[in-house]
Design a protein around this ligand. Structure first.
Ligand SMILES: C[S@@+](CC[C@H](N)C(=O)[O-])C[C@H]1O[C@@H](n2cnc3c(N)ncnc32)[C@H](O)[C@@H]1O
Length: 223
């Protein structure tokens, strides 16, 4: 897919300062968001987890404990290289696309995806692939940006669309962080995304609003 190729090139380009900008732009909160995602994923004694759109591995790092193996999938080889350097044990990086996961059906106890699904514009195809590879009653845990509701929405949009690109222009690639703002604005609203998860076969959904609605954590079970 041409669009997937463009997304891949963009992430290849920003890889070196990716972690730094995450910390800076989220005021360090990204670490807490990923910890919350990991806590949900580890709750039911998962042994094999797919961390989809693993990026530089910060999400996978939070998941790892002694008895668990994590497979990290991403389309960007540059991102995977950093992840591989960060995590030595029980972590298996693999270059593949969410649209065509190279796994049998019902393999994983859980699939996690932190800030990746927004970049998968064929969202339903990706969700159905995730559903296919999760064991029956296994879990999907998705962390994704959103826009705060009410009076906070406007100042947040100013931050996202005006201030973030300026910071990025000094430290990274401005256009990639312009894309960040527009992709957040265009992504499904939490209610819409929950419906889509249900349509793709996930039940018992739990949805948590984090950092005043700037981020949502979606937890569901495979029916
Ligand atoms: C914003 S980063 C998130 C990385 C990491 N999970 C984190 O928490 O920092 C999004 C990642 O999704 C990957 N990605 C985008 N589209 C993808 C696709 N179709 N299949 C697999 N990975 C994809 C990108 O290469 C990038 O590394």
């Amino acid at each position: 897919m041409k669009e997937t190729q463009q997304i891949k090139s963009m992430f290849d380009k920003i890889v070196l300062r990716y972690d730094l900008l995450n910390r800076l732009l989220s005021f360090g909160q990204d670490i807490l968001w990923r910890k919350k995602m990991a806590k949900e994923a580890l709750k039911d004694g998962s042994q094999l987890i797919l961390d989809l759109a693993v990026g530089t591995g910060d999400s996978a790092k939070e998941l790892l404990n002694k008895r668990l193996k994590v497979i990290g999938v991403d389309i960007s080889f540059e991102m995977l290289k950093i992840a591989k350097g960060k995590i030595q044990k029980n972590f298996f990086p693999l270059r593949a696309s969410a649209y065509e996961l190279p796994f049998r059906e019902k393999v994983f106890d859980a699939v996690t995806c932190a800030f990746g699904i927004r970049n998968m514009h064929a969202t339903e195809i990706a969700l159905r692939e995730i559903h296919r590879v999760i064991k029956d009653n296994g879990k999907i845990i998705i962390l994704e940006f959103s826009l705060p509701k009410g009076f906070l929405k406007k100042p947040y949009l100013i931050y996202l669309k005006n201030i973030v690109p300026i910071i990025a222009s000094f430290l990274s690639c401005r256009s990639a962080y312009e894309y960040l703002g527009s992709s957040i604005e265009e992504f499904f609203k939490p209610e819409e995304f929950s419906k889509l998860l249900q349509n793709c076969g996930f039940k018992n959904l739990r949805i948590y609003s984090l950092s005043l609605g700037a981020v949502y954590l979606y937890v569901g079970e495979k029916t």
